[in-house]
Design a protein around this ligand. Structure first.
Ligand code: FES
Ligand SMILES: [Fe+2]
Length: 405
């Protein structure tokens, strides 16, 4: 992360500016059909969801060798497995015989994976090691019948999967973000809690309310607005569509307006900016994560159809060891869910709006730049030539507005 002084100078610039910076592009209207057109939804499925690193879970969910969990939120049947040798692997939950699922429980523990249909058995490396009535197969080559693998990489204890065997490594994808994330010690953070919400809107509509602070005064008058100075917000755009906001706090700490006594332990290595500002990342394709010294939630937005979404809200925090769970975790999560309800309240109404006969395009402003940048990057990933012209986000953000560090 840049040094504190330079971030303070940027905040100061944003607070006092009279307009967007000199030369900053005016965004063409974002086509409303990006939220409603089946062709765009199909392109997202085929390209974006199939090629991106997706947040799949956390090591605390599969803490010991042999532990597995089913991961299906990305629309594919996947097993995440903590292997006997201490690694972690992902496989399609699909038997190589006739495709039956190997695992039907949400979580469990197993020395080997045995298909319930005819009993084919696989080891933790995904190799077929046994099957019933071998005599009935002629020359079956076991070595060609291993489970189909899914790419899986770890960022500390956080697990990311990719359905593209040729995807670039996770560390390369997140290169500009990794140095700033070091202070949060992803290898130590503990899984605290997870909620799921069903929303009646396109997944992008749901996610976008967490990618700008333009809405704060209107929909969070009692909660976020008293704590955050939206005028000082600094947006930073990164290659690949990732983005960051840093908005100064108007209060002493992150929980002052929640009026709770915060007994959650600190992540001691966290520096001054995350302690005195709202620091939030949007991470391609579908994550938003505001991070501070107490830990972080991950918002993950998963399409369940073109106009419905599951929002998973995961919480991670500094490990409290063997002591009882700090009481303010539950209090704070309840409070935070109130803010989430504020943020999601317009989802179904917006969906109806963008589906209406009249709706055209979305005029985004400078404060909403992370949204436009995100859409522009999505088109790059899909391949702009693959997108019908009337659905494209014209690439108007030139490279010099994108931060490389
Ligand atoms: S489908 Fe799995 S053993 Fe037949
Ligand atoms: Fe909000």
């Amino acid at each position: 992360m840049e040094d504190t002084q330079s971030i303070r100078a940027q905040i100061n610039y944003e607070t006092t500016r009279k307009g967007p910076p000199e030369g900053f592009p005016q965004f063409p209207d974002l086509p409303g059909k990006r939220y409603t057109d089946q062709r765009f939804y199909d392109l997202e499925k085929q390209q974006l969801w199939r090629k991106s690193w997706l947040f799949a879970g956390h090591m605390d969910e599969i803490p010991e060798p042999g532990c597995f969990k089913l991961w299906e939120t990305a629309g594919q049947p996947v097993i995440l497995l903590h292997t006997r040798t201490g690694g972690v692997r992902a496989y399609y939950n699909t038997c190589r015989h006739r495709g039956a699922p190997l695992v039907r429980e949400a979580t469990g523990k197993a020395d080997r994976l045995t298909c319930g249909y005819h009993g084919w058995t696989y080891n933790h490396d995904g190799e077929l090691i046994n099957l019933r009535d071998k005599r009935d197969f002629v020359d079956l080559d076991f070595s060609c019948r291993s489970l189909y693998p899914v790419r899986l990489e770890r960022l500390g204890k956080f697990l990311f999967a990719n359905f593209d065997p040729d995807a670039r490594p996770l560390t390369q994808e997140f290169a500009p973000l990794l140095p700033q994330w070091e202070q949060f010690q992803f290898e130590r953070l503990r899984f605290v809690h997870k909620d799921s919400f069903s929303l009646k809107c396109n997944w992008k509509i749901a996610m976008e309310s967490n990618m700008e602070v333009y809405h704060v005064r209107s929909i969070h008058p009692q909660t976020v607005s008293p704590m955050l100075d939206h005028r000082g917000n600094v947006n930073t755009l990164y290659p690949g569509g990732h983005g960051r906001m840093i908005a100064p706090l108007k209060v002493q700490n992150h929980t002052e307006t929640a009026a709770i006594v915060d007994d959650r332990p600190d992540i001691e290595t966290v520096g001054e900016i995350p302690r005195t500002c709202i620091l939030s990342f949007n991470i391609m394709p579908n994550l938003v994560s505001p991070m501070n010294e107490k830990g972080l939630p991950i918002f993950a937005f998963w399409p369940t159809s073109i106009n419905t979404t599951t929002l998973e809200l995961w919480w991670f925090g500094e490990d409290w060891g063997d002591a009882p769970k700090p009481r303010s975790w539950d209090t704070y999560i309840d409070y935070f869910n109130m803010i989430v309800a504020e943020d999601t309240q317009f989802g179904d109404g917006i969906q109806q709006g963008v589906e209406s006969y009249a709706f055209g395009g979305v005029p985004l402003n400078y404060q909403e730049a992370r949204l436009y940048h995100w859409h522009q990057a999505v088109d790059e990933i899909i391949g702009i030539g693959n997108i019908p012209p009337e659905l494209r986000a014209a690439p108007v953000i030139e490279p010099h507005w994108i931060s490389q560090t």
